[in-house]
Design a binder for this molecule. Sequence first.
Ligand SMILES: *Cc1c(COP(=O)(O)O)cnc(C)c1O
Length: 484
Amino acid sequence: MREYKSTRNDEKTVQAKQAILQGLSQEGGLFVADWIEDYKLSLDTMKDLSYLQVAKKVFQILLPDFSEQEIEHCIEEAYGSSFDCDEITPLMSKDDLHVLELFHGPTQAFKDIGLQMLPQLMKCSLTEDEKDICILTATSGDTGKAALCGFQDVDRMSIQVFYPHEKVSEMQYLQMATQPGNNVHVCAIKGNFDDAQSAVKSIFEQRKDSDPVHFSSANSINIGRLIPQVVYYVFSYLQMVKQEQIQMGDKINFCVPTGNFGNVLAGYYAKKLGVPVAKLIVAANENNVLYDFFKDGMYNRNRMFHETISPSMDILVSSNLERLLYSECGKNSKQVEQWMKDLKVNGNYQIDAACFMHLKEQFYAGYATQQETKDAIASCFETYGYVLDPHTAVGYHVMKQYESPYKTVLLATASPYKFPQAVLEALHQEVHENVFDNLKQLEKVSGVCIPEALRSLQEKEILHHDVIEKEAIASYVYEKVKEG
Ligand SMILES: *Cc1c(COP(=O)(O)O)cnc(C)c1O
């Protein structure tokens, strides 16, 4: 049976179900499938498959301990009715622009693809004699709502979400603060995303058998969230063929607005499974740690933290890079552990030259300042009549910088309606005080309908008011667990 290994101790292996339940391995490593490149999808035969059928093919490779019925059931539950179009992730092509729209789920960001699926995978994995699960989630804005939506009122599971106080967009705030459900907690912390993520990670590292629940993660450190994201890379490649933009077998680039390195890593896995990828383009905002890393192999988080108009990418510690380092740098868990120790103690680490060369061949990295991001929104609208959200706009800017003989698919990670104010400003439109007036204004400009879930936030009651110091996260978590 194909099993998952920890990036920090690869002598221990667990099955996919266990890896999904645990989220993070005991010693703080991330689970990886180091056999992935031994399996190839037969793309030639997949051109006419639906999104759900493609998902099944991918899951059958990556979730070997799930039965065919379990996989089919999970896919139907996750994607059967919660997205607003049958293609789940439609590919919008206009002239030389190819945008993979990942925001057609219930919370208008790509996180829905993973987080509609993760609770289903967990339900399948949880046996009678195991403890109930408490999901802890640090969010820079989008994960929180998508996780709340996925886990709301799921039997034997509860969820606690921590987001940086006053550092998420107003729409993101309203989405989270109005979240119903009898198993949900939403709490703002006085700090940034990295503070929230490191507090949550340290709770995982201190898990004990005596804990009343099993703490797990809905962040992209959980392999159960990452695997569903592999599917849309495969699907969009097939769409490119179907739209006759390319011939089967031709290479393409994917350009990915990046924060925690989860999304682009899923693209790397898709490549391992046989999708002909030329380059994976990593697009960062002013928090350009990854851009610097791909210059010289030095990861250095010691720098100023910028609050930008693309808040879901305001991240200095990109957790999932650890998985890439494991795969590309000799599959040496001792080495990875040392780098992560360096990162924790000194705030940086330097990878060796040979490993760096491997990475350079496969990835290109760039970044956009806030002004460049705004200009990208304006310029894309002018050229193609297509409105980008401020995250996707970072990708657009970097994609236009990069010269390549291959076609590029740009991943649109959120709907512009999640960030109406920033988008209207960028388009030199009137900006109103009231966020819902801005939705209407944007609808007028873009000609695309406002998603009903966002429009209806106006009538919803604020249900969550907690704001705590970042040092208080752990005690908050245990208190809420005790309350049940
Ligand atoms: C989370 C998020 C990102 C960053 O994705 P990673 O997987 O963390 O790299 C980019 N854009 C949007 C809109 C997001 O919500």
